[in-house]
Design a protein around this ligand. Structure first.
Ligand code: SF4
Length: 216
């Protein structure tokens, strides 16, 4: 099982390395497929690689990544224990927002990573990641810290750490949301443990209807 996960993630890594499904892959950007614990209970999904990530081929290694490392401590987690990736795997030029066709083109890679890891909890960092799961949410303020069921997992919406670099008041909000993560993981674990063996049972502790989760 552990080997299956490692192999599946390695396949995604190799596919991302040669991917030209959107124009981001034909620029000079380096692939940043994501990395971390293949058996992680939590998967963090950000927006896109930036300058530092592009140079190192690793996710969240710039200032926002340093803040993410600090925030993980509020959840009692270390970076090596979790899996971190983005909705697009190549850096958009000039750090612009990923465009709709790029988000759609890269979806298969993200889906493959989610399938390989099968985390208990997915933490969306920022609006582009959240939009994959909740396309109709207008502002992060409405939903940050809340969880939504998706295919036996809980999706937890959070601000992108970069937002707190620009708006200091959001740092306390992020800290508070990260502090709640252990409880959310425990809820998701208990729910999965109670699922029938065939996995067809209800999703974990819904706060919102699964019909509002049109992802993939
Ligand atoms: S951003 Fe995603 S879809 Fe676009 S080239 Fe890179 S890996 Fe492929």
């Amino acid at each position: 099982m552990a080997d299956d996960r490692v192999n599946a993630l390695q396949r995604v890594r190799e596919e991302v390395g040669r991917c030209r499904l959107c124009k981001l892959g034909t620029g000079r950007a380096s692939p940043v497929p994501g990395e971390g614990n293949p058996a992680s209970a939590v998967m963090f999904i950000g927006e896109a690689p930036g300058f530092y990530e592009d140079r190192q081929g690793k996710p969240f290694v710039g200032p926002a990544g340093q803040l993410l490392d600090e925030l993980l401590q509020f959840a009692g987690l270390r970076r090596e224990e979790v899996f971190i990736t983005n909705v697009v795997k190549h850096r958009p030029p000039g750090n612009r927002d990923p465009e709709p066709d790029e988000l759609e083109a890269c979806e298969g890679h993200l889906r493959a990573q989610m399938s390989a890891i099968s985390p208990l909890v997915i933490v969306t960092l920022g609006r582009f990641s959240l939009a994959k799961f909740m396309p109709n949410v207008r502002t992060m303020r409405e939903v940050h810290g809340r969880t939504f069921p998706y295919q036996g997992m809980l999706v937890c919406a959070m601000y992108h750490p970069a937002a707190a670099l620009h708006q200091q008041r959001l740092r306390a909000t992020l800290e508070q949301d990260f502090r709640a993560l252990p409880m959310i993981i425990a809820r998701a674990r208990a729910s999965r443990a109670n699922e029938p063996a065939n996995g067809s049972g209800p999703a974990a502790a819904p706060e919102q209807s699964a019909e509002q989760m049109p992802l993939f």
